[in-house]
Ligand binder design. Structure first.
Ligand SMILES: CC(C)(COP(=O)(O)OP(=O)(O)OC[C@H]1O[C@@H](n2cnc3c(N)ncnc32)[C@H](O)[C@@H]1OP(=O)(O)O)[C@@H](O)C(=O)NCCC(=O)NCCS
Length: 222
């Protein structure tokens, strides 16, 4: 549904739960962020503070690692309200049914841009298993094919090798450095802009990612 000002009143393709049941050792799912996630979100953020601090945008109004539940409940409410307005798609990443991290497509601009940016993190306990690339491939296919977005960016600190590997493995294009573009870990930091458009993923990212994972498994005899 589209209002006169071009904003989408209700997001197409939302709320959406996406699942990849058998690519990794256990199923990977994305489901919409819900009120019940405030507590596991808070616990994971506090437990992973040192792991996340160098990479997570700093927001003085909603400190990321505080132990009280109230700010997390407020953030869930805000993100769900934005999801109803079609400007954010906030997902929880589940691995084997457990809260493992988050993936959020935000800053959605409709009209002639149809663009957005994506952010993600995973609990250190689950790092290196291919969970976020799997979740990101599912999310990108959904955004291009069901929601109707055209371009999605990921901005990543040059030092963040793990995150750069995620987008490189999925074929995002590196577009250059944005100088001092985000406040992270207490200072304004340069970020590399990576982007994907709908034309880059016509046949779907997930099928491509499945073949990559299966090929690397068979190379090592799994
Ligand atoms: C970036 C991040 C989301 C990657 O998620 P993931 O599910 O671990 O992704 P992958 O399994 O594909 O691993 C990506 C890279 O992490 C590195 N890695 C592998 N095992 C790892 C481990 N146990 N611990 C840390 N990093 C590891 C490798 O460089 C890997 O690349 P490779 O596939 O070429 O070997 C995760 O490292 C994270 O949450 N980091 C902290 C927050 C963050 O950086 N968010 C993104 C901000 S832009």
């Amino acid at each position: 549904m589209t209002r006169n000002d071009g904003a989408v009143a209700y997001a197409r393709g939302w709320p959406a739960t996406l699942t990849e049941p058998s690519l990794l050792t256990s199923p990977v799912s994305l489901r919409p962020l819900a009120a019940r996630d405030a507590r596991p979100w808070r616990e994971a953020r506090v437990r992973n503070a040192d792991w996340l601090r160098p990479w997570e945008p700093t927001n003085p109004e909603t400190p990321l690692y505080q132990t009280s539940l109230g700010p997390y409940i407020a953030m869930v409410r805000t993100m769900r309200r934005e999801a109803r307005r079609g400007i954010t798609l906030p997902w929880v990443v589940l691995y084997d049914g457990r809260f493992a991290g988050q993936l959020t497509v935000g800053n959605i601009i409709w009209g002639s841009a149809r663009s957005a940016s994506v952010g993600y993190w995973i609990d250190q306990e689950f790092a290196g298993l291919g969970i976020i690339p799997t979740a990101l491939a599912m999310a990108m296919d959904h955004c291009f094919m069901a929601v109707g977005l055209h371009r999605i960016e990921a901005t990543i600190r040059p030092e963040n090798r793990a995150s750069r590997r995620v987008v490189e493995k999925l074929g995002f294009h590196e577009e250059g450095v944005r100088r001092r573009c985000l406040h992270v870990d207490g200072a304004w930091r340069d970020h590399i802009c990576y982007a994907l458009t709908a034309e880059d993923a016509v046949a779907g990212l997930l099928p491509r990612w499945r073949s990559t994972v299966r090929a690397s498994r068979s190379r090592i005899g799994l």
